[in-house]
Structure formats: C-alpha cells, structure tokens
Design a protein around this ligand. Structure first.
Ligand code: X6L
Ligand code: MG
Ligand code: MG
Length: 185
C-alpha cells in the first residue's frame, strides 16, 4: 500500500490588490473589504496602504473616491483570487450598472507574483495600472522594494504627487500593521 503523507503547507504567493469606494461610508467599506480578505482561510493580509482621497477619472461626474492598496499572500490561483474579490464586491453591495460609474467597493487584482496572463476575465499585471495615479500612489506604500516594478511605480507615483495635478490627497494614515492580526482596533 502506498504510504500517504500529510500534504506540505501550500506555498503562499504574493499578490497586490487595489481597493476603491465612492458610495456610502467609504472608509467603513474599505475596512470591511480588508477584513473579509483577512478572514479568508487562504489569504493573509500582509500590509495595507494609507487611504487616499482621489478625484474621479474616466467618468468624472461622480463623487470623489477613497483608494488604497493591500499586499497579500495567498494559496489561491489567480482565477480563484479574482472570484474571491468579485464575491466580496457582491457581499458589500456592488451593483454594476454605469460603466466606470460609482461603486460601494471595487477590488482589482493588480499583480500576482510576477505572473503574466491575458484571458477574457483576467489580465495580469493589471493592464492600466501604470497609468492610474490613484492606483500607483497607494501601491507604492505596500510594494516591496525588491519587486521588479518598484522603481517604475515609485517614479510615477512621485511624479503624480509632485505635480499635484492628479487630485490625490492622503486622507488617512493607517496603522493596520500586520493587518490580519489587528482588525477591530
Ligand atoms: C480616458 C479614458 C482617460 C478613460 C481615463 C481611467 C477609465 C480609469 C476608467 C479613462 C479611465 C478608469 C476609479 C476612478 C474609476 C477609482 C478614481 C477606471 C474605472 N475607478 N477614479 N474611476 N478611483 N479616482 O478607483 O479606473 S472607473
Ligand atoms: Mg478599478
Ligand atoms: Mg474592478
């Protein structure tokens, strides 16, 4: 008979998620989304960025956003992680009506361990992240300096902040260090 061994702990892959909200209690909804990520048994929230208030882009006739970013570790594959993000959006009242319109919560998968992927439902890295200051400025807070994209993200984020044209202001400094462990405080 073949000996069965306990399976090794699955390797945890680093991934980055962008969060945005511009309807309702924006900060509460961002926190709820982070809490739901942290509560998932296959996700560890490692770092969360500060919260930034940002002028809407794309469709500009809507309220200002709060945007932030999170660095997570996960044993989920990219499509499972995307499903989880879409589930959490639904749980937090996301209704998809107007394209680029207001939303209680938006969770975008930006980076998954250097994976490149291009399918109908998921493109990695996120195809437009490098053009969006509301993504890059929070991402800079949580991206590891050894990440391949760190220099490019930092440069673009710094330029956006220096110009001040992008309509991004630090709205709240977050102390959710090791976010998974400290929620509720
Ligand atoms: C020309 C055409 C220039 C389209 C920009 C940019 C479209 C971003 C959509 C664009 C264009 C988007 C957020 C937002 C949206 C957000 C802020 C999108 C999708 N999401 N604005 N607009 N924060 N500040 O999270 O990202 S809609
Ligand atoms: Mg988005
Ligand atoms: Mg989205």
């Amino acid at each position: 008979m073949v000996q069965s061994f306990p399976s090794e702990p699955a390797e945890l892959i680093e991934a980055y998620v962008a969060l945005g909200s511009n309807i309702g209690d924006r900060e509460l909804t961002l926190r709820a989304a982070i809490e739901r990520l942290a509560a998932h048994c296959e996700i560890v929230v490692e770092r969360v960025s500060d919260i930034y208030e940002t002028d809407p882009v794309g469709y500009t006739d809507q309220p200002a956003f709060l945007n932030m970013a999170a660095a997570i570790r996960t044993s989920l594959v990219p499509d499972e992680l995307l499903d989880t993000l879409l589930d959490i959006e639904q749980q937090l009242g996301r209704v998809r009506d107007i394209r680029w319109g207001p939303r209680t919560i938006d969770l975008d998968l930006l980076l998954y361990n250097g994976v490149t992927k291009d399918t109908d439902r998921l493109t990695l890295p996120h195809p437009r992240m490098m053009e969006r200051a509301f993504v890059l400025v929070p991402l800079r807070d949580v991206l590891t300096e050894t990440n391949q994209l760190y220099a490019a993200v930092k440069e673009s984020a710094d330029t956006a902040c220096r110009n001040g044209k992008e309509g991004i202001t630090r709205w709240k400094t977050i102390n959710w260090h090791s976010a998974s462990a400290h929620f509720g405080s």
